[in-house]
Design a protein around this ligand. Structure first.
Ligand SMILES: Cc1ncc(COP(=O)(O)O)c(C=O)c1O
Length: 395
């Protein structure tokens, strides 16, 4: 089979999430869909909000001439205006359409950003646990990933960050609310992180981007506030999408936004648009751009996610699992009762419960459970969690 060595190698070390999902498919064939409790994917089972459905229906019934054609590679100006207006409200900084490019989800946004800024071998710093695809995205564009630890609450250790930045460091990539931990960085953390970047830029005479990957920004619980990264650092770019907060991951719609006062702003935007085109995305899906502009500020029910979080968290904690209560997103990241989490995961599979090993997120000894699932799936997983907790003497 003649495929490139690099793709072959990357595939062999590829996503644990997908691998576990495939295990789930096999298991479902064997024991029936209703008997498998698959907590592997971040694929929301909630339907999009009624406002989204209504706008989509209205559009289909009243088509706009030309609505299926190519448009500017950056996206429709009216959609970028609507996104900029909402960002100005949410972020405390004034945005215009010139700061926004519509993308094919956050995944494409990140690839466009990384391709635009990275020279061969330049480093992108990420904090473990991190979204597993980051390493692939950075490799796509010939960069190199440097992985730094977080503390027991999954918050970055900024002393270690300061020590790790070199002349080769081109960007720090953060994700808060975080997949897989559910951690949310507070304003002080973002402020301190920005101070470290500014200090190192001066010391090393370099330019370091802060890339903030924010698809879960609106999915937060209790009184948690997600601070605006733009208020702390000018050389900031965010990748965002509607995959999670509007439950539209299959529709592939998101955007890049650049700080209006970011140095080299025009070069960056031109670079993103060029990369959007030449990476083959061309433009974000047209119909979604029409719909999205009318549903800014709307989300799925966050209260529903909070209820699901409380259910799974309180049950796992009562069984003796050691875990940090997630403040946002829809994942939890408990410690495995065995140092080698694969042993635990194998045991859990005997009860048809599927989770993802922490190794897939750069953090062995943990596992990720997604709770964006139907209640019956969450409920059904408890027996397996309890039996395995008993086996490993948690309770
Ligand atoms: C942290 C993080 N970033 C990016 C993505 C990609 O999202 P999208 O569907 O918008 O491409 C995901 C999807 O799960 C994610 O969890």
């Amino acid at each position: 089979m003649s495929i490139s060595d690099s793709v072959r190698e990357s595939m062999s070390s590829s996503s644990w999430i997908r691998r576990m999902f495939e295990v789930g498919l096999e298991l479902k064939k064997k024991v029936g869909v209703d008997n498998v409790f698959d907590l592997t994917l971040g694929n929301p089972t909630m339907e999009p909000p009624p406002e989204f459905e209504a706008e989509l229906r209205r559009l289909v019934q009243n088509p706009v001439p030309g609505m299926h054609r190519y448009m500017e590679n950056a996206g429709y100006p009216e959609t970028r205006d609507a996104v900029a207006q909402q960002l100005s409200l949410d972020m405390g900084v004034k945005f215009s359409r010139n700061d926004v490019m519509m993308s094919t989800g956050a995944a494409a946004a990140l690839n466009c950003i990384l391709k635009t800024i990275l020279n061969k071998g330049e480093e992108v710093i990420v904090f473990a646990p991190f979204f597993a695809e980051y390493t692939h995205y950075v490799n796509n564009h010939n960069g190199s990933v440097k992985i730094l630890p977080t503390n027991e609450h999954f918050i970055p250790d900024l002393n270690k960050l300061e020590a790790a930045i070199t002349k080769q460091t081109k960007a720090v990539l953060i994700n808060s609310p975080n997949n897989p931990s559910g951690a949310v960085y507070d304003a002080q953390t973002i402020h301190d992180l920005a101070q470290v970047l500014e200090k190192k830029e001066k010391q090393l005479s370099t330019e370091i981007y802060l890339i903030s990957d924010e698809p879960y920004r609106k999915i937060v619980y209790d009184d948690t506030i997600v601070p605006s990264v733009f208020q702390h650092y000018r050389r900031t770019v965010i990748a965002n999408s509607y995959s999670k907060d509007l439950a539209l991951p299959g529709e592939r719609i998101g955007y890049i936004a650049v700080h209006p006062e970011c140095p080299h702003h025009k070069d960056l935007m031109d670079g993103f648009v060029y990369c959007n085109r030449t990476l083959g995305f061309v433009n974000a899906p047209a119909i979604m751009q029409f719909v999205i502009r009318k549903v800014q500020g709307i989300t799925v029910s966050i209260a529903e996610y909070q209820r699901k979080r409380d259910f799974l968290y309180s049950n796992l904690a009562a069984m003796g699992y050691s875990l940090v209560k997630p403040k946002g997103a829809f994942y939890m990241f408990p410690q495995s009762p065995t140092a080698n989490e694969f042993e635990f995961i194998e045991e859990l599979q005997k009860y048809n419960v599927l989770v993802v090993p922490g190794t897939g997120f750069g953090t062995p000894g943990y596992f990720r459970a997604s709770y964006c699932m139907e209640d019956k799936t969450l409920q059904g997983s408890l027996n397996g969690f309890k039996k395995v907790a008993e086996k490993f003497h948690l309770c």
